[in-house]
Design a protein. Structure first.
Length: 625
């Protein structure tokens, strides 16, 4: 779950809350009595983790019935029928224990597969317990350097990573990597695999540059051993694209994801799960760049294919619907976004259960849409219910719990409960510092949120201090063009403006706008927000003609890209009305605001804070007519 800031004055984690993107698919699942790997599902960090199954059964044993049961279990697994797969694997484990004994390699392999199925259902504590039991036996019977022992440690590390125990997971992966290099060398599939998984954990620790280095170290060996079309090579390239993206290099990431998608489409076909996964990730990068029309069209096409091939309630289909709903929210299509999120939430509760991380993610994103629609009371209730479950199931320090607390604070902020929001943001920052360190993106994001809340409360000195604490670390760790760096700079510029340093604020916003124009393009929502902020600072300096020109330019792009009814377009139109009012064109200002109120009431509701603000502005204008 990588979180980032996508707004200027107020950074938050809304757009990248837990399990924001597709959760991946089980790859080729081999019978536990054969050689091979089981590719595990992507968890909170959206990186492919490869869980192993071993070739440990006695080839002379009469295991045909068990082999058939295993094939059925694997088929259920691939279809996303996790509860049925779990039941089948429990039966298989019971039979292997009876026929071969507790310590037999085949029994241990089946228990490992059971642990993976448990993890895919979100039962991570039980999965960890099962895999640790397997590891204990393998250490005793085979030794710490046995390949199957290393496989089990690798699986344990992946489960730990999924629970947010990133430092322990990193320790396990590095130990396995050192052993595989010593035993097998750099050019060995297990060494390559472990580098890939270590990179995933580094990504979760907010170290995308280190993750990129590990992946670039793994890629040449993978290409040499497997060839450019092998699924593991393409998985590494996918993860490399994610590491690049998290450094703010969206165009490069888009190109890499698209290249992998084209290869998978040619090799596997348009409807293969791995092809659709690549297409999903490509669409998500389009979304993050503000290419919302393209992203929406892609997700609609993916949903259509997945519904036909996998069914409407397959976890992969639900993930694509979830992504589509998130893009619709970005586009301002809030009614349809809410409708889809409610449908996905209902299906996930039925298919995955109420405590699965993906179910909780659906709750969180439904609350964010309700918040955008002005249904702040219901949004708070949904956030609190989700947070309660996160705390009970995942624990107070799990990344998903921290994100949930952050999102609750944002809705408190939106309701004007600034004291309560500040307290929550301070607690989140404290926990992020303890769990992730001062340089992790989550920690930086939390500090920016706290600074924004202080600014909103009028505590400008404290807000400036927090922004200045965040900015150097953002620049050093993430780069000058990263969204968090730009969010910190934007927030600082607005605080400087409020404190009267208008010329410095203007210079800062112009530099930020130049960077966003270059990296995101003039049509990206973040670019439009910066233009709006710049217009406000120009207006505060009395540069009304220049401010109005900036506002009208922003409004033209909003209308063309977002449409007449998008909330950002309405904000821009209300700002234009204020310029008309200041020029004495009261009739024109009244007409503009009346139209804005009509649309806002229909789209957001008459009690939405934006609608109420527009009504106050209209009353002020009419008082002067």
């Amino acid at each position: 779950m990588i979180e980032g800031a996508n707004e200027d004055a107020k950074s938050d984690e809304q757009t990248n809350a837990p399990n924001n993107v597709i959760n991946g698919f089980i790859g080729q699942a081999f019978s536990v009595v054969q050689a091979g790997h089981i590719a595990g599902s992507v968890h909170s960090n959206h990186i492919h983790h490869h869980y192993h199954s071993s070739q440990e059964a006695d080839p002379d044993a009469d295991t045909a019935p068990l082999e058939e049961q295993i094939r059925i279990a694997n088929s259920l697994w691939r279809q996303g029928e996790f509860a049925e797969a779990e039941a089948k694997y429990r039966t298989i484990v019971k039979n292997f224990r009876r026929d071969f004994g507790e310590d037999h390699p085949s029994t241990l392999s089946c228990r490992s597969n059971l642990a993976i199925v448990l993890a895919d259902q979100g039962d991570l504590a039980e999965a960890e317990k099962e895999i640790r039991a397997v590891l204990k036996v393998r250490l005793r019977t085979a030794g710490k350097e046995d390949p199957d022992t290393l496989v089990t440690r690798n699986n344990l590390a992946s489960i730990l990573e999924s629970q947010g125990q990133f430092f322990e997971a990193e320790h396990e992966f590095r130990a396995v990597l050192a052993a595989t290099i010593s035993l097998f060398g750099e050019f060995d599939p297990d060494t390559i695999l472990t580098r890939n998984n270590l990179a995933a954990t580094l990504q979760s620790l907010g170290q995308p540059l280190k993750a990129e280095r590990e992946l670039r170290a793994a890629l040449p060996a993978a290409l040499l051993l497997l060839g450019e079309e092998h699924s593991d090579v393409l998985a590494i390239r996918t993860n490399l694209a994610e590491a690049i993206k998290d450094q703010g290099k969206h165009a490069e990431a888009e190109a890499e994801h698209h290249a992998v998608y084209r290869l998978r489409k040619r090799i596997l076909g348009e409807e293969h799960p791995e092809t659709l996964l690549s297409r999903d990730k490509h669409a998500l990068v389009l979304d993050e760049q503000g290419k919302l029309n393209e992203a929406e069209n892609e997700f609609r096409a993916i949903v259509k294919i997945r519904e036909r091939v996998l069914g409407s309630e397959h976890p992969g289909t639900l993930s694509s619907k979830f992504n589509l709903a998130s893009v619709l929210k970005s586009r301002g299509e809030l009614a349809e976004s809410e409708e889809i999120h409610r449908a996905v939430l209902k299906a996930r509760k039925r298919v995955l259960g109420t405590e699965h991380p993906n179910t909780l993610a659906s709750q969180s994103h439904l609350a964010l849409v309700l918040q955008a629609r002005g249904e702040l009371g219901e949004a708070e209730q949904v956030h609190r219910a989700e947070l309660k479950t996160c705390r009970r199931v995942l624990g107070e320090d799990h990344p998903n719990t921290i994100v949930s607390r952050n999102n609750l604070a944002t809705v408190l902020w939106s309701q004007g409960k600034l004291t309560e929001a500040e307290e929550e943001f301070r607690d989140v920052l404290k926990d992020c510092l303890r769990s992730f360190g001062k340089e992790h993106p989550r920690t930086l994001n939390s500090r920016i949120n706290l600074a924004s809340t202080l600014s909103e409360r009028g505590e400008l000195v404290g807000a400036e201090a927090e922004f200045r604490r965040a900015l150097p670390t953002c620049e050093q760790r993430l780069g000058h063009d990263h969204p968090l760096t730009l969010a910190s700079r934007s927030g600082l510029a607005l605080v400087l403006g409020e404190r009267g340093a208008l010329a410095e604020a203007e210079d800062q916003l112009r530099e930020i706008l130049k960077i966003k124009m270059k990296t995101l393009g003039e049509e990206h929502p973040d670019t439009l927000k910066t233009r709006n902020n710049l217009a406000g600072i120009l207006r505060m300096q009395g540069k009304l003609a220049e401010a109005e020109a900036e506002n009208r330019a922003e409004l033209r792009v909003c209308r063309r890209i977002l449409g007449e009814e998008h909330p950002e377009t309405l904000v821009s139109r209300s700002n234009l009305a204020s310029f008309l009012w200041e020029r004495g064109e009261l009739t024109e200002a009244e007409s503009e605001l009346s139209d804005v109120i009509k649309i806002s009431t229909r789209i957001l509701g008459e009690n939405h804070p934006d609608t109420m603000g527009y009504k106050k502005a209209l009353a002020f204008v009419r008082a002067e007519l």
